[in-house]
Design a protein. Structure first.
Length: 225
């Protein structure tokens, strides 16, 4: 089976050209991320940064931010285009950060290829890295049910707000806000802002110990701003 890393590595140049700048971003999404970032006080992680344009956007707003991604070609391009911003290769399931070390995590379409049965591991890792009260902003393809669909790069999944909210609560988050966007001829887009609660994940006893970052990670997809 083709992995997300392999699939995006094969099309990295195409993806960077088509979707690797803020000019490709929907204005509503840019405003949402900007609004979310204003409330952050501390270090931020762009988890699944892709070509790095969202990381650079946050950096330009005065946010102390780092981008990580599964695809080395994305990281190399981001470092070249935005040399004033730190980027590295890393996995969402095992982020090389101390517990409670970040105030915010942006995960903008970076978990759309993750099978539903595996998404809890990533959300648990986000919760581990966030300090209590820190927030996660998730962007995803929204639908009435959790279901796969044919994505231009690799099979992706739609999530309902209810189902993804349940997964977030199981990881120790409180859902703060939801947004949805429906553009003619496009897939429905959803966003959730969730706050890291003081309690631990209900899955923590089953989750593996964090590992150091390796050269792979789940990545986001097509239509991603």
């Amino acid at each position: 089976m083709t992995s997300a890393g392999d699939a995006y590595s094969a099309r990295a140049a195409e993806y960077i050209e088509a979707l690797g700048t803020m000019e490709s971003v929907h204005p509503d999404d840019r405003d949402l991320v900007a609004e979310w970032s204003r409330a952050l006080d501390g270090r931020v992680l762009d988890a699944g940064c892709g070509p790095g344009h969202w990381t650079r956007f946050l950096h330009g707003r005065g946010v102390v931010v780092e981008g990580i991604d599964l695809v080395p070609a994305f990281v190399e391009s981001a470092r070249s285009r935005f040399p004033d911003v730190p980027f590295r290769v890393g996995r969402l399931e095992a982020i090389d950060l101390p517990p409670g070390s970040v105030a915010g995590i942006l995960s903008w379409y970076s978990i759309i290829h993750t099978p539903p049965g595996e998404i809890g591991q990533i959300l648990d890792e986000f919760a581990r890295c966030l300090r209590p009260g820190g927030t996660l902003l998730l962007g995803f393809f929204e639908g009435p049910a959790v279901e796969p669909f044919d994505h231009a790069v690799l099979t992706a999944y739609r999530w309902s707000f209810e189902a993804l909210g349940d997964e977030l609560r199981a990881a120790g988050f409180e859902v703060v806000e939801t947004r949805e966007r429906h553009d003619p001829g496009m897939r429905a887009h959803g966003a959730i802002i969730a706050r890291r609660a003081g309690r631990t994940s209900r899955r923590s006893s089953l989750a593996p110990e964090p590992r150091s970052a390796q050269n792979s990670r789940d990545h986001s997809g097509e239509d991603r701003p």
